[in-house]
Design a protein around this ligand. Structure first.
Ligand code: F6P
Length: 351
């Protein structure tokens, strides 16, 4: 995310605009004061190689209330801010779009209550919004990649390489759970890049008899002289009946089928840490640059969009439609329509 923030700030400054950073997400917008900071060229120096986000990120219950959003509107207006770039997942982006839609109504209320002058409100009649997708899950429909997904993939493959040493020494099987919520991008790509023996993803649910199938595959590897076996499991893995398939279920299947005492490793939040990959840095720089350009274009005023990447080119998505499509893919997965879900992702990697 830092690469995107850096590119936004520097592109805006180059265009003669005055960029601000809102610290800690919506909490900063609601708190105002020092949480809304003017940014200079040097404010974003030396952050390109840092993981996470230097401007902070937080879930805010207060932003879900009308009163909370009223305070945010007032604080933004006081700084003359009526153009926002929001980096987040589908929830944050649709929340931001709701905020944009009710902007005029908020202004009316603030003018009526005397908290904001009619002149100030008239100078900023609409809110413009550009969304960038920040999520390691790579689950937004219409973009090939989301900010952070490549770095998380890198963390997983590194962990697989490390686990391989001990697995091979002891001739063991490791069952590794990876993040990604309901999207199989991370486990699938990590399985390919890290050389896993078996992978469980939400989009390819485990069929009846999967226990025997996993055991047979592992046995084939051992017969061929392989000393280690790695199984990757998405945190949202299921079977065709919709029942969760957990690392524990798989360990039991290996115990029953092969008499193996497999080890379980749940990678957890290490996947979301550390220095960003080169791909994440340049892609986010490209997106941050494009987002600032889009935000400053007169035609964009009062509108909302998401910028993503398709075939290594920045792509512009309708915000509302992208969120609707993402949620409908989730519904397809919930209802067991996995093939349709895979097609509907609009992601080159799944195609
Ligand atoms: O959406 C990103 C993600 O890392 C998921 O892969 C994971 O399920 C979830 O967030 C973990 O959330 P938290 O950090 O709140 O525990």
């Amino acid at each position: 995310m830092n690469a995107a923030v850096r590119a936004v700030v520097r592109t805006a400054l180059s265009a003669g605009a005055e960029p601000f950073a809102i610290m800690e997400g919506w909490i900063g917008a609601i708190n105002g004061g020092d949480s809304i900071r003017p940014m200079k060229w040097a404010s974003v120096s030396s952050i390109l190689n840092k993981g996470g986000t230097v401007i902070g990120s937080a879930r805010s219950d207060e932003f879900r209330t009308y009163e909370g959003r009223t305070r945010a509107t007032k604080n933004l207006l006081e700084q003359g801010i009526d153009r926002l770039i929001v980096i987040g997942g589908d929830g944050s982006l649709s929340g931001a779009d709701e905020f944009r839609r009710e902007w005029a109504q908020q202004l009316e209320g603030l003018v009526e209550s005397g908290e904001v002058s009619a002149e100030l409100a008239a100078a900023h009649p609409e809110l413009t919004l550009v969304g960038l997708v920040g999520s390691i899950d790579n689950d937004l429909v219409g973009t090939d990649m989301t900010i952070g997904a490549d770095t998380a993939l890198d963390r997983i493959v590194t962990a697989m390489d490390q686990i391989t040493s001990t697995a091979a020494s002891h001739q063991r099987t490791f069952i590794i759970e990876v993040m990604g919520r309901h999207c199989g991008y991370l486990p699938l790509m990590a399985a390919v890049a890290g050389g896993a023996d078996y992978v469980f993803t939400p989009e390819a649910p485990a069929h009846p008899g999967w226990q025997q199938d996993v055991c047979a595959r592992l046995q084939e590897g051992r017969d061929a002289g392989r000393r280690e076996s790695l199984i990757l499991v998405a945190e949202g893995a299921r079977d065709t009946e919709g029942k969760d398939v957990t690392t524990q279920d798989i360990a039991e299947a290996l115990k029953d089928g092969l008499g193996e005492d497999a080890r379980i490793s749940i990678l957890g939040h290490v996947q979301r840490g550390g220095s960003p990959s080169a791909y994440d840095r340049w892609m986010s720089t490209l997106l941050g640059y494009a987002a600032a350009q889009e935000l400053l274009s007169p035609q964009a005023y009062g509108q909302a969009c998401i910028l993503g990447v398709r075939h290594n080119r920045v792509t512009r998505l309708d915000l509302e439609q992208a969120v609707i499509n993402t949620r409908s893919v989730q519904k397809m997965i919930d209802s067991g329509d996995y093939v349709a879900a895979k097609k509907a992702r609009g992601n080159t990697f799944f195609e």
